[in-house]
Every structure is written in C-alpha cells, then in structure tokens.
Design a protein around this ligand. Structure first.
Ligand code: HEM
Length: 154
C-alpha cells in the first residue's frame, strides 16, 4: 500500500500542475478580458483544490508513516534533521512549501464563492494560483536535484 500511495502522490503532482496552469491561464484571461465568471472556471478551480487536498492527505501519511516517516525512521546516531539535506527536505522544506502552496490554492478557489465583482474574483485567484505554482515548482524533488531528486514518473 505504501508504494501505491507514493506512486499516486508522484502522479498527482502532474494532475495538480496541469489543472493549476489551466486555472492560471483562465483566471488571467478572465481578469484581463473582463469576462463574466463562468461555472466552468468554478469547476476547474474546485478540481484543482481537490487534487491538492488529496495529495496533502497522502503526503501527511508519508511524512508520518511512510518509508522515511517521522514515526517509522530512526535517525542515524549524530544526525540532526536540519543538518541533513535529505531529511531537512522531506521532513521540513517539502511539507512546508507544499502546505503553503495548498493554502494559496484553497484561497484561489475560495474566490469563486466570494461576493465580489467577477474581475476581482479572477484577479485575486490569478495571484493566489501563481504564488501556489511558484511554491510547488520550488518544492518538488525534481530528478536533477542532488540527493533528494526523484523520478518524473513512478
Ligand atoms: C502539491 C502538493 C505536493 C506535491 C506536488 C508533491 C510531490 C511529491 C513528489 C513528486 C514526491 C516524490 C515521489 C516519488 O518518490 O516518486 C514526493 C514525496 C514526498 N512527499 Fe510530497 N508532494 C506534495 C505535498 C506533500 C505534503 C503536503 C507532504 C507532507 C505533509 C508531502 C510529503 C512527502 C514525503 C514525506 C515524500 C517522500 C516519501 C517517500 O519517499 O517515501 N508531500 N512529493
């Protein structure tokens, strides 16, 4: 089950990235084109948020009980989390960066329900989604990253 969840966590990264980039492009064109807020965009933002929340749940499970989980791993003698690049990334930097990103995705999606003008919905959602994208791109263990790098696909 652990391997299956890790593979799902890996794959969901692509689903989030595709939905998030689409949300950014559509909220930008809605904002700059002064479009009326569309139910299609509300659905797209909802699916972006749901995929991020599922990834969050799987991530929390991995962080606690996964292969290198906090509860399942005994750090080698003399190793401190913040001084070890691998554990600092997977226990601190990756969860922190991704949780911030997911908060921004949730704020962006929340704009669909806010009683504000359509232009404001699109503009604020665009900014929130863009910030989320920056955090995700910076926090993914891309294969080219030394020590912490992971494959693009499971
Ligand atoms: C947008 C959200 C997230 C994305 C896109 C993402 C992406 C990834 C990717 C691509 C991997 C490597 C998977 C592999 O080795 O095949 C990974 C591993 C991991 N992620 Fe995330 N992640 C996200 C959120 C989180 C969160 C919120 C947490 C913890 C609270 C978390 C904890 C972990 C852990 C502990 C691993 C290492 C698991 C292991 O090697 O056993 N992730 N993540």
């Amino acid at each position: 089950m652990q391997t299956g969840l890790l593979h799902l966590h890996n794959l969901l990264r692509w689903i989030i990235l595709i939905l998030l980039v689409l949300s950014i492009v559509k909220s930008f064109s809605g904002w700059r084109g002064k479009k009326a807020f569309s139910p299609g965009d509300a659905k797209l933002w909802l699916f972006t948020m749901i995929s991020a929340h599922i990834t969050l749940l799987i991530g929390l499970f991995q962080l606690l009980a996964g292969r290198f989980g906090i509860l399942t791993t005994q750090l080698p003698e003399g190793v401190s989390v913040m001084k070890d690049k691998f554990f600092r990334f997977y226990w601190v930097e990756h969860p922190f960066g991704m949780i911030v990103a997911i908060v921004f995705i949730t704020l962006g999606r929340g704009m669909a329900k806010k009683p504000v003008s359509d232009e404001t919905k699109y503009r604020k959602a665009f900014v929130f989604f863009l910030i989320a994208l920056v955090f995700i791109l910076a926090s993914v263990p891309w294969p080219f990253r030394e020590i912490i790098g992971r494959p693009l696909l499971p």
